[in-house]
Design a protein around this ligand. Structure first.
Ligand code: PNW
Length: 487
């Protein structure tokens, strides 16, 4: 630890308060780090297919090897220890455990791998948080309609129950699905993520709906069959931008901003934490557009059936992924087009005063996180919140002295602290995205989010801590006051 690093972030943040049992974590996702894409009986996922098809991912990068965490888990564990994390969020590769996605065949090597990861974490007093599916749907299920098919809810439920049964004696934090918004919108509306479909204004609502149905089923199964014995918690990770009106004095921009929040956070938060249905503005706008565009009443945005478990109340905490903010301008009088943006009638803008980090969409707005946390407190029934992802990316020549990322974490943690102490938001933990540089989806390895650098040009894939990693370790050391159990 450099003296300078020790001073900067940990001191400034120490002016604020974090509870002594606050969870300090990092997040990763299987496809982005594991590699071993066809090793030891793993089945292919839609991300294997996507990366293997030409022109989809930056310079043809793939997750075939990535950080090779499948074979280099011990190296990841050293990074986790070096940071002094109290929690680690990882995802299971569904097709590594169930090669065709169903419980008809279980891959013992997959079970062995995740057993080792979980056992090693616990032996090091690190609490695992497991996401059951972080974008990498088994290809075999995609071949039968994937998230578009209503049957996926049942199939996901069986997979989830298999995981609860196999790992739930040790895993107490479960996230069913990661970012249904991103999966539906980027996978089915603009096609930049797998499965790469471009069907604006239609498939994303169906896919989002089936993801909610799948999530609800799994939560209800846990609640009925596992909670009593295992005592864990289950949620769904929801991403959201924070939005503000471009012109706060313009009532149309103000209304458009509310619609933007409804179509982003509310799309999934309202059914689970709010009214049990999609936001009224979504129902209203999509219905109005249906009439204009020649759809019949009730098309596009599905209804929750009376005959199956309801989404309302199916989260034991709020899992929030926050990256960025937008200014919003009304666009409701533009000619109707069949698209998600057309349904919203909004235009989202990056304020020119906001610095943009390595990823083109990531304007750095730490104060947006505090405002979003307060908004969730007020609109979602004051839930316990874990920030399950938040981070800052680099692009171009690698900077080990990543001062701008250090500043980002410093500013962000100050905002989180203020949300807790000044706004009374019940934030229980923070997970930095990400432990390691990894495959940033369609941006390949060109965008780096890690607290550890990974040398993708050498076969050892050496991990080296960035300055920001050292500073994060110093913060954790300062705040994590309860002593770790000796194992
Ligand atoms: C999150 N985009 O979502 C994911 O949960 C992570 O897997 C990801 O690495 C992280 O954000 C940083 O991007 C996103 O292409 C995935 O615009 C992709 C995009 C945005 C967010």
């Amino acid at each position: 630890m450099t003296n300078a690093a020790d001073m900067a972030l940990s001191k400034t943040v120490s002016l604020q308060h974090f509870p002594s049992d606050f969870a300090w974590g990092t997040s990763t996702a299987a496809y982005q780090i594991e590699g071993g894409w066809d090793l030891d009986g793993k089945g292919p996922s839609i991300w294997d297919t996507f990366c293997h098809s030409k022109g989809r991912v930056f310079e043809g990068h793939t997750g075939d090897v990535a950080c090779n965490s499948y074979q280099l888990w011990d190296e990841d564990l050293k990074c986790i220890q070096q940071l002094g994390l109290t929690h680690y969020r990882l995802s299971f590769s569904w097709p590594r455990l169930l090669p065709d996605g169903t419980t008809h065949f279980v891959n013992p090597k997959g079970v062995e791998y995740y057993n080792k990861v979980i056992d090693d974490l616990i032996a090091n007093a690190v609490v695992p948080m497991v996401t059951l599916n972080h974008f990498d749907l088994p290809q075999a299920l995609q071949d039968h309609g994937g998230w578009e098919s209503p049957e996926i809810a049942d199939i996901f439920d069986s997979y989830a129950q298999f995981c609860f049964k196999t790992f739930g004696d040790r895993v107490k934090f479960w996230i069913t699905l990661n970012e249904p918004y991103v999966c539906a919108k980027l996978g089915y509306e603009n096609g930049i993520l797998a499965p790469g479909l471009k069907e604006p204004g239609t498939l994303l609502y169906l896919v989002g709906h089936n993801m909610l149905r799948a999530h609800s089923r799994a939560w209800h199964s846990y609640n009925a069959h596992f909670r009593g014995l295992q005592g864990g918690m289950v949620s769904i990770a929801l991403n959201s931008d924070w939005a503000e009106p471009l012109d706060p004095g313009c009532s149309k921009d103000v209304a458009a901003t509310q619609r933007y929040m409804d179509f982003t956070l509310g799309w999934f938060a309202c059914p689970v934490f709010g009214t049990g249905d999609y936001p009224k503005s979504m129902r209203f706008r999509i219905e109005a557009k249906n009439l204009e565009l020649g759809f019949t009443k009730g098309q596009r945005l599905p209804k929750f059936s009376e005959d199956e478990p309801k989404p309302l109340g199916t989260a034991d905490f709020f899992a929030l992924n926050y990256y960025t903010s937008r200014k919003v301008k009304d666009a409701s009088s533009r000619p109707s087009e069949l698209s998600f943006a057309g349904d919203q009638g909004t235009e989202a803008i990056i304020d020119p005063s906001w610095p943009v980090s390595g990823a083109y969409w990531l304007a750095v707005v730490p104060e947006g996180l505090r405002k979003l946390l307060k908004y969730i407190k007020e609109t979602c029934n004051n839930p316990v919140i874990y920030i399950t992802e938040n981070g800052f990316s680099q692009i171009g020549p690698v900077k080990f002295e990543d001062i701008d990322r250090c500043q980002f974490y410093q500013d962000t943690l100050q905002q989180v602290s203020k949300a807790i102490t000044d706004d009374g938001v019940n934030v229980k933990g923070y997970f930095a995205w990400s432990l390691l540089d990894n495959l940033e989806w369609s941006e390949g390895f060109s965008v780096r989010f890690g607290l550890f650098h990974v040398d993708f040009s050498s076969s050892e894939l050496k991990r080296t801590i960035y300055r920001s990693g050292e500073e994060y370790a110093a913060v954790i050391k300062r705040y994590h006051t309860y002593t770790k159990l000796d194992n």
